[in-house]
Ligand binder design. Structure first.
Ligand SMILES: Cc1cc2nc3c(=O)[nH]c(=O)nc-3n(C[C@H](O)[C@H](O)[C@H](O)COP(=O)(O)OP(=O)(O)OC[C@H]3O[C@@H](n4cnc5c(N)ncnc54)[C@H](O)[C@@H]3O)c2cc1C
Length: 254
Protein backbone atom coordinates (compact mmCIF):
# COMPACT_ATOMS: atom_id res chain seq x y z
CA UNK A 1 0.00 0.00 0.00
CA UNK A 2 1.32 3.47 -0.86
CA UNK A 3 1.00 5.84 2.08
CA UNK A 4 0.89 9.55 1.34
CA UNK A 5 3.48 10.87 3.79
CA UNK A 6 2.06 14.39 3.38
CA UNK A 7 -1.25 13.26 4.92
CA UNK A 8 -1.20 14.61 8.48
CA UNK A 9 -3.59 11.85 9.60
CA UNK A 10 -1.15 9.14 8.50
CA UNK A 11 1.96 9.71 10.59
CA UNK A 12 3.38 6.83 12.67
CA UNK A 13 2.44 8.68 15.85
CA UNK A 14 -1.17 9.13 14.75
CA UNK A 15 -1.54 5.55 13.59
CA UNK A 16 -0.36 4.56 17.09
CA UNK A 17 -2.93 6.95 18.58
CA UNK A 18 -5.70 5.32 16.53
CA UNK A 19 -4.70 1.89 17.77
CA UNK A 20 -4.51 3.13 21.37
CA UNK A 21 -8.00 4.70 21.25
CA UNK A 22 -9.49 1.67 19.50
CA UNK A 23 -8.15 -0.65 22.20
CA UNK A 24 -9.24 1.71 24.98
CA UNK A 25 -12.76 1.97 23.56
CA UNK A 26 -13.19 -1.77 23.09
CA UNK A 27 -11.92 -2.43 26.63
CA UNK A 28 -13.36 0.46 28.70
CA UNK A 29 -16.32 1.82 26.75
CA UNK A 30 -18.12 -0.68 24.51
CA UNK A 31 -18.98 -3.24 27.23
CA UNK A 32 -20.57 -0.49 29.38
CA UNK A 33 -22.46 1.62 26.86
CA UNK A 34 -25.87 0.02 27.47
CA UNK A 35 -25.57 0.54 31.23
CA UNK A 36 -24.47 4.17 30.85
CA UNK A 37 -27.29 4.88 28.39
CA UNK A 38 -29.75 3.52 30.98
CA UNK A 39 -28.06 5.34 33.88
CA UNK A 40 -28.08 8.63 31.97
CA UNK A 41 -24.41 9.39 32.67
CA UNK A 42 -20.87 8.06 32.52
CA UNK A 43 -18.78 7.57 35.69
CA UNK A 44 -15.80 9.73 36.66
CA UNK A 45 -13.72 6.52 36.59
CA UNK A 46 -14.02 6.58 32.80
CA UNK A 47 -12.52 10.10 32.75
CA UNK A 48 -9.67 8.88 34.96
CA UNK A 49 -8.99 5.87 32.75
CA UNK A 50 -9.03 8.03 29.60
CA UNK A 51 -6.68 10.53 31.24
CA UNK A 52 -4.32 7.72 32.23
CA UNK A 53 -4.10 6.74 28.56
CA UNK A 54 -3.33 10.37 27.67
CA UNK A 55 -6.62 10.90 25.85
CA UNK A 56 -8.06 13.91 27.69
CA UNK A 57 -5.07 16.20 27.11
CA UNK A 58 -5.42 16.13 23.32
CA UNK A 59 -6.00 19.51 21.70
CA UNK A 60 -4.87 21.51 24.74
CA UNK A 61 -1.69 23.63 24.82
CA UNK A 62 1.36 22.05 26.45
CA UNK A 63 1.64 25.01 28.83
CA UNK A 64 -1.70 23.94 30.34
CA UNK A 65 -0.82 20.24 30.52
CA UNK A 66 -2.05 19.38 27.03
CA UNK A 67 -0.60 17.63 24.00
CA UNK A 68 -1.36 17.24 20.32
CA UNK A 69 -3.78 19.31 18.28
CA UNK A 70 -7.21 19.23 16.67
CA UNK A 71 -6.19 16.43 14.30
CA UNK A 72 -5.38 14.25 17.31
CA UNK A 73 -8.71 15.20 18.85
CA UNK A 74 -10.48 14.28 15.57
CA UNK A 75 -8.76 10.89 15.60
CA UNK A 76 -9.83 10.36 19.21
CA UNK A 77 -13.46 11.05 18.29
CA UNK A 78 -13.38 8.89 15.14
CA UNK A 79 -12.01 5.90 17.04
CA UNK A 80 -14.25 6.36 20.10
CA UNK A 81 -17.31 6.24 17.87
CA UNK A 82 -15.91 3.66 15.46
CA UNK A 83 -15.24 1.11 18.20
CA UNK A 84 -18.44 1.22 20.23
CA UNK A 85 -18.82 4.73 21.66
CA UNK A 86 -21.37 7.31 20.49
CA UNK A 87 -21.83 11.06 20.13
CA UNK A 88 -23.36 11.02 23.63
CA UNK A 89 -20.27 9.30 24.97
CA UNK A 90 -18.09 11.94 23.30
CA UNK A 91 -20.24 14.75 24.74
CA UNK A 92 -19.90 13.36 28.26
CA UNK A 93 -16.28 12.18 28.26
CA UNK A 94 -14.97 15.17 26.32
CA UNK A 95 -16.98 17.82 28.15
CA UNK A 96 -13.66 19.41 29.19
CA UNK A 97 -13.07 20.31 25.53
CA UNK A 98 -15.86 22.88 25.79
CA UNK A 99 -15.47 23.80 29.49
CA UNK A 100 -11.73 24.35 29.72
CA UNK A 101 -10.18 25.70 26.48
CA UNK A 102 -10.99 29.31 27.38
CA UNK A 103 -9.32 28.86 30.77
CA UNK A 104 -6.28 27.24 29.13
CA UNK A 105 -6.00 30.13 26.67
CA UNK A 106 -6.90 33.18 28.75
CA UNK A 107 -6.81 31.97 32.36
CA UNK A 108 -4.06 32.75 34.84
CA UNK A 109 -1.70 30.05 36.23
CA UNK A 110 -3.86 29.54 39.34
CA UNK A 111 -6.98 28.95 37.25
CA UNK A 112 -5.08 26.53 35.00
CA UNK A 113 -3.76 24.63 38.04
CA UNK A 114 -7.16 24.53 39.75
CA UNK A 115 -9.42 23.70 36.80
CA UNK A 116 -7.65 22.80 33.54
CA UNK A 117 -5.04 20.34 34.82
CA UNK A 118 -7.51 18.42 37.02
CA UNK A 119 -9.94 18.21 34.06
CA UNK A 120 -7.19 16.85 31.82
CA UNK A 121 -6.21 14.40 34.59
CA UNK A 122 -9.82 13.14 34.86
CA UNK A 123 -10.09 14.39 38.45
CA UNK A 124 -12.60 17.20 37.82
CA UNK A 125 -15.54 17.50 35.46
CA UNK A 126 -16.34 20.85 33.89
CA UNK A 127 -19.32 22.26 32.01
CA UNK A 128 -19.76 25.29 29.78
CA UNK A 129 -22.94 27.27 30.47
CA UNK A 130 -24.08 29.70 27.80
CA UNK A 131 -27.68 28.75 27.01
CA UNK A 132 -30.54 30.13 29.11
CA UNK A 133 -34.28 29.49 29.17
CA UNK A 134 -34.71 32.63 27.02
CA UNK A 135 -31.44 32.65 25.05
CA UNK A 136 -30.01 30.01 22.69
CA UNK A 137 -28.50 30.89 19.32
CA UNK A 138 -28.38 34.57 20.29
CA UNK A 139 -25.43 34.33 22.68
CA UNK A 140 -25.24 38.13 22.93
CA UNK A 141 -28.62 38.01 24.69
CA UNK A 142 -27.38 36.16 27.81
CA UNK A 143 -29.02 37.65 30.90
CA UNK A 144 -27.48 35.85 33.90
CA UNK A 145 -26.13 38.78 35.94
CA UNK A 146 -22.82 39.03 37.80
CA UNK A 147 -22.58 42.16 39.93
CA UNK A 148 -19.21 43.07 41.45
CA UNK A 149 -19.21 43.27 45.27
CA UNK A 150 -15.70 43.78 46.66
CA UNK A 151 -13.56 40.73 45.84
CA UNK A 152 -16.56 38.77 44.56
CA UNK A 153 -19.21 38.73 41.87
CA UNK A 154 -22.77 37.97 42.94
CA UNK A 155 -24.38 35.81 40.26
CA UNK A 156 -28.12 35.45 39.64
CA UNK A 157 -29.82 33.67 36.77
CA UNK A 158 -30.44 30.29 35.16
CA UNK A 159 -28.96 28.12 32.43
CA UNK A 160 -30.43 25.20 30.55
CA UNK A 161 -29.36 22.29 28.30
CA UNK A 162 -25.98 22.17 30.05
CA UNK A 163 -23.92 19.11 29.14
CA UNK A 164 -22.50 17.30 32.20
CA UNK A 165 -24.47 19.74 34.37
CA UNK A 166 -25.40 17.09 36.96
CA UNK A 167 -21.80 15.91 37.34
CA UNK A 168 -19.79 19.12 37.03
CA UNK A 169 -17.31 20.27 39.68
CA UNK A 170 -17.00 23.64 37.96
CA UNK A 171 -19.05 25.51 35.39
CA UNK A 172 -17.48 28.02 33.02
CA UNK A 173 -20.43 30.39 33.06
CA UNK A 174 -21.26 33.20 30.65
CA UNK A 175 -22.48 36.14 32.71
CA UNK A 176 -23.43 39.73 32.10
CA UNK A 177 -21.07 42.10 33.94
CA UNK A 178 -21.74 45.12 31.73
CA UNK A 179 -24.35 46.70 29.50
CA UNK A 180 -26.48 45.07 26.80
CA UNK A 181 -25.06 43.19 23.81
CA UNK A 182 -21.95 41.08 23.34
CA UNK A 183 -19.52 43.56 24.91
CA UNK A 184 -21.24 43.23 28.31
CA UNK A 185 -20.48 39.51 28.68
CA UNK A 186 -17.75 37.88 30.78
CA UNK A 187 -16.62 34.34 31.61
CA UNK A 188 -16.69 33.31 35.26
CA UNK A 189 -15.72 29.91 36.69
CA UNK A 190 -18.29 28.80 39.27
CA UNK A 191 -17.45 25.93 41.65
CA UNK A 192 -20.59 23.86 41.94
CA UNK A 193 -20.25 23.52 45.73
CA UNK A 194 -20.69 27.29 46.14
CA UNK A 195 -23.79 28.18 48.20
CA UNK A 196 -26.67 29.35 45.98
CA UNK A 197 -25.66 27.17 43.03
CA UNK A 198 -28.01 24.28 42.33
CA UNK A 199 -28.82 21.76 39.63
CA UNK A 200 -32.48 21.86 38.63
CA UNK A 201 -34.12 19.36 36.30
CA UNK A 202 -32.07 16.66 34.67
CA UNK A 203 -33.34 16.82 31.08
CA UNK A 204 -34.52 13.64 29.38
CA UNK A 205 -33.49 13.35 25.73
CA UNK A 206 -34.40 11.12 22.78
CA UNK A 207 -30.73 10.23 22.20
CA UNK A 208 -27.26 10.84 23.62
CA UNK A 209 -28.73 9.62 26.89
CA UNK A 210 -25.41 8.74 28.54
CA UNK A 211 -24.53 12.44 28.29
CA UNK A 212 -26.33 14.12 31.18
CA UNK A 213 -27.98 17.46 30.39
CA UNK A 214 -29.32 19.80 33.08
CA UNK A 215 -30.81 23.07 34.14
CA UNK A 216 -28.63 25.15 36.47
CA UNK A 217 -29.72 27.83 38.93
CA UNK A 218 -27.66 30.68 40.35
CA UNK A 219 -29.23 32.33 43.38
CA UNK A 220 -26.96 35.02 44.88
CA UNK A 221 -23.90 32.86 44.22
CA UNK A 222 -20.78 34.65 45.50
CA UNK A 223 -17.92 33.88 43.12
CA UNK A 224 -14.36 35.14 43.77
CA UNK A 225 -13.38 37.85 41.28
CA UNK A 226 -10.21 35.78 40.79
CA UNK A 227 -12.40 33.32 38.83
CA UNK A 228 -12.92 35.79 35.98
CA UNK A 229 -11.37 34.31 32.81
CA UNK A 230 -9.61 37.02 30.83
CA UNK A 231 -10.83 40.60 31.08
CA UNK A 232 -14.39 41.71 31.74
CA UNK A 233 -16.37 42.08 28.51
CA UNK A 234 -14.33 39.52 26.52
CA UNK A 235 -16.55 36.43 26.83
CA UNK A 236 -18.18 36.74 23.41
CA UNK A 237 -14.84 36.93 21.60
CA UNK A 238 -13.44 34.05 23.67
CA UNK A 239 -16.50 31.93 22.94
CA UNK A 240 -16.60 32.62 19.22
CA UNK A 241 -12.92 31.70 18.91
CA UNK A 242 -13.23 28.41 20.83
CA UNK A 243 -16.68 27.33 19.61
CA UNK A 244 -15.04 26.58 16.25
CA UNK A 245 -13.31 23.65 17.97
CA UNK A 246 -16.64 22.36 19.29
CA UNK A 247 -18.23 22.66 15.85
CA UNK A 248 -15.33 20.71 14.36
CA UNK A 249 -15.78 17.98 17.01
CA UNK A 250 -19.49 17.73 16.20
CA UNK A 251 -18.73 17.54 12.47
CA UNK A 252 -16.28 14.68 13.09
CA UNK A 253 -18.91 12.88 15.18
CA UNK A 254 -21.26 13.15 12.19
C1 LIG B 1 -27.96 17.79 23.82
C2 LIG B 1 -27.69 19.23 23.99
C3 LIG B 1 -26.58 19.62 24.71
C4 LIG B 1 -26.31 20.99 24.89
N1 LIG B 1 -25.23 21.37 25.65
C5 LIG B 1 -25.04 22.68 25.91
C6 LIG B 1 -23.99 23.09 26.78
O1 LIG B 1 -23.20 22.27 27.29
N2 LIG B 1 -23.87 24.41 27.07
C7 LIG B 1 -24.70 25.35 26.53
O2 LIG B 1 -24.53 26.51 26.83
N3 LIG B 1 -25.71 24.99 25.70
C8 LIG B 1 -25.89 23.68 25.38
N4 LIG B 1 -26.91 23.31 24.54
C9 LIG B 1 -27.79 24.31 24.00
C10 LIG B 1 -27.55 24.64 22.52
O3 LIG B 1 -26.35 25.33 22.39
C11 LIG B 1 -28.77 25.43 22.07
O4 LIG B 1 -29.82 24.51 21.95
C12 LIG B 1 -28.51 26.15 20.81
O5 LIG B 1 -27.68 27.27 21.07
C13 LIG B 1 -29.81 26.65 20.14
O6 LIG B 1 -30.55 27.38 21.04
P1 LIG B 1 -32.12 27.10 21.24
O7 LIG B 1 -32.28 25.63 21.50
O8 LIG B 1 -32.64 28.07 22.25
O9 LIG B 1 -32.75 27.38 19.84
P2 LIG B 1 -33.13 28.80 19.22
O10 LIG B 1 -32.01 29.78 19.38
O11 LIG B 1 -34.48 29.20 19.74
O12 LIG B 1 -33.25 28.42 17.69
C14 LIG B 1 -34.35 27.64 17.20
C15 LIG B 1 -34.29 27.61 15.68
O13 LIG B 1 -34.36 28.95 15.16
C16 LIG B 1 -33.22 29.23 14.35
N5 LIG B 1 -32.80 30.62 14.56
C17 LIG B 1 -32.44 31.19 15.72
N6 LIG B 1 -32.13 32.49 15.54
C18 LIG B 1 -32.31 32.75 14.23
C19 LIG B 1 -32.15 33.92 13.42
N7 LIG B 1 -31.75 35.07 13.93
N8 LIG B 1 -32.39 33.80 12.10
C20 LIG B 1 -32.81 32.61 11.55
N9 LIG B 1 -32.98 31.48 12.28
C21 LIG B 1 -32.73 31.55 13.59
C22 LIG B 1 -32.13 28.24 14.80
O14 LIG B 1 -31.19 27.96 13.77
C23 LIG B 1 -32.97 27.03 15.16
O15 LIG B 1 -33.25 26.24 14.02
C24 LIG B 1 -27.18 21.95 24.31
C25 LIG B 1 -28.28 21.55 23.58
C26 LIG B 1 -28.55 20.21 23.41
C27 LIG B 1 -29.76 19.81 22.62
Amino acid sequence: MVVNSADPFETDERRALRALVAAFTEREVAPNMDTWEQDGSVPIELHRAAAKSGLLELGFPEAAGGAGDYIDLAILIEELIGHGGSPGLCGALLTHTIAAPHIAAAGDPEQIAKYVRPALDGRKIGSLAITEPGTGSDVAGVGTAAVRDGDHYVVNGAKTYITSGTRADFVTTVVRTGGPGHSGLSLLIVDTDTPGFSVGRRLEKMGCRCSDTAELHYDNVRVPAANLVGAEGTAFKQLMTRLDGERLNLAVQG
